[in-house]
Write a protein that binds this ligand. Structure first.
Ligand SMILES: Cc1ncc(COP(=O)(O)O)c(C=O)c1O
Length: 435
């Protein structure tokens, strides 16, 4: 094995100082960890010079790859002008205009630093607008780290809709009353819950494409109709899908417009920035000139609307606006998913290769995956082992949702597919020989 002195030293120091020796939930298979030093295009390099094709992409912001020259130039220009102002700046105003131009539901925008805050603010806007306290989220739906969002994120107990199961400790028990849980893609079950609790429901919040699961035809339209019937605010969490599935995100792709939508990742171009966008009347409550008014909503933060992040986001959106960018992202995704389907079929391992556009994940299960419960049937241990082989072949990839960028090449994808094919075949051989 190659020596990795700097990695070993830094990991020991991280273990001594940082909780869990990790800064995020991100976990490579086999318990491996990497300390990354730099990224360039579709590649990352660790502190010992090991190079990987990157399918993590910073958990999604880097849709145009690491250090895209246009993004670097925009950031360098802005940092010499000032890093943060806590006040209006031109890049963030232009970014607001861009979001409103491109996103169907966006009539107005407000900014935050992280996606977790954006979804938290969206729920607050909905509660202020309706005068109701409860919100409905879907089991397994991810909306960040807030107390609300941690309800039934990764529940381990049996389903007990609409009662939530907190995924984190430290969540106030009182919140359990106000977060209702429904199964994704099950409109009848959702409608029954909404109809029974409508008078206290402020919002339905949904990832329109939940993790790697497509909405079944009619599901989003059904949520729209339910929300309309009861005066509930429909919120799409587009922190993953926004500006990734197309210029107008999932709402444009699926043709169903929410009242509010949250954005993050891509709009910050790799820097901390997120936003809530939507109906003018809803956003208008977050007007600080209305302080003291009953329906005033507080949205403010030190780094909200940071100009460096806004400049990076604008440069990213400029690159994505160029001819053929989204077609290319879709084609890359199709190439990867098609290759993976063939690879697992050849290895004789039943697999669902999930995803859309530049998002993909393989789940080792022979039945269709339509919600959190069917996703949990997948053989996670086998996938971890196979992914470990792919990591060792020079790909930064975890056994979870993975991302492609505009600068990944067909050849890189084919090589990664080959690595999956070899690892899957080895796994299948070991399983049949009983090793
Ligand atoms: C759908 C979705 N919503 C919200 C978030 C939270 O965003 P952040 O990590 O910026 O707080 C994430 C993060 O991965 C996400 O995937």
């Amino acid at each position: 094995m190659t020596a990795t002195p700097r990695t070993d030293d830094l990991l020991a120091r991280a273990d001594a100082t940082i909780a869990g020796g990790s800064i995020t939930l991100f976990a490579l298979s086999g318990g491996e960890r990497r300390v990354l030093e730099r990224g360039a295009g579709s590649h990352v390099f660790d502190v010992d010079g090991r190079e990987y094709v990157d399918y993590v992409l910073g958990s999604g912001p880097l849709l145009v790859g690491h250090c895209h020259p246009r993004v670097v130039e925009a950031v360098q220009r802005q940092v010499t002008l000032g890093s943060t102002f806590y006040t209006l700046n031109e890049p963030v105003i232009e970014l607001a205009e861009r979001i409103i131009d491109q996103v169907p539901c966006a009539e107005m925008v407000q900014f935050s630093a992280t996606g977790a805050e954006a979804t938290f603010y969206a729920l607050r806007l909905a509660r202020a607008a309706t005068g109701r306290d409860a919100v409905l989220k879907f089991e397994g739906g991810f909306h960040g780290s807030s107390d609300y969002a941690q309800m039934s994120l990764y529940p381990v107990g049996p389903p007990n809709y609409p009662s939530p199961e907190p995924t984190s400790s430290g969540i106030p028990r009182a919140l359990e009353r106000d977060v209702l849980i429904a199964p994704f893609n099950d409109l009848d079950a959702t409608a029954a819950i909404v109809d029974a609790h409508a008078e206290r429901l402020a919002a339905i919040i949904v990832e329109p494409f939940q993790r790697v699961i497509e909405p079944v035809p009619g599901f989003l339209a059904g949520l729209r109709a339910l929300a309309d019937r009861h005066g509930i605010v429909l919120i799409y969490d587009e922190i993953v899908t926004g500006f990734r599935l197309g210029p107008g995100g999932a709402q444009e792709r699926y043709g169903v417009t929410p009242d509010l939508a949250t954005f993050g990742k891509v709009i910050g171009g790799g820097y901390p920035l997120a936003a809530v966008a939507g109906r003018r009347d809803l956003l208008a409550t977050a007007d600080h000139r209305r302080r003291g008014n009953d329906t005033y909503v507080f949205i403010s933060g030190t780094l909200n609307g940071n100009p460096v992040a806004a400049a990076a986001g604008l440069a990213t959106l400029d690159v994505l606006a160029e001819h053929g960018a989204y077609e290319r992202l879709d084609a890359l995704g199709e190439r990867m998913r098609g290759g993976l389907r063939a690879a697992f079929a050849a290895a004789g391992i039943p697999a669902q290769v999930m995803g859309i556009g530049p998002i993909f994940q393989t789940l080792l299960v022979d039945s269709p995956v339509t919600d959190y419960r069917t996703m949990r049937k997948a053989d996670a241990a086998a996938m971890r082992e196979i992914t470990h082989g792919v990591l060792r072949a020079g790909n930064l990839i975890a056994p979870e949702k993975a991302y492609l960028s505009l600068v990944h090449t067909d050849a890189e994808i084919d090589a990664t597919v080959d690595a999956f094919a070899s690892a899957a075949t080895r796994y299948a051989e070991r399983s049949t020989s009983g090793d």
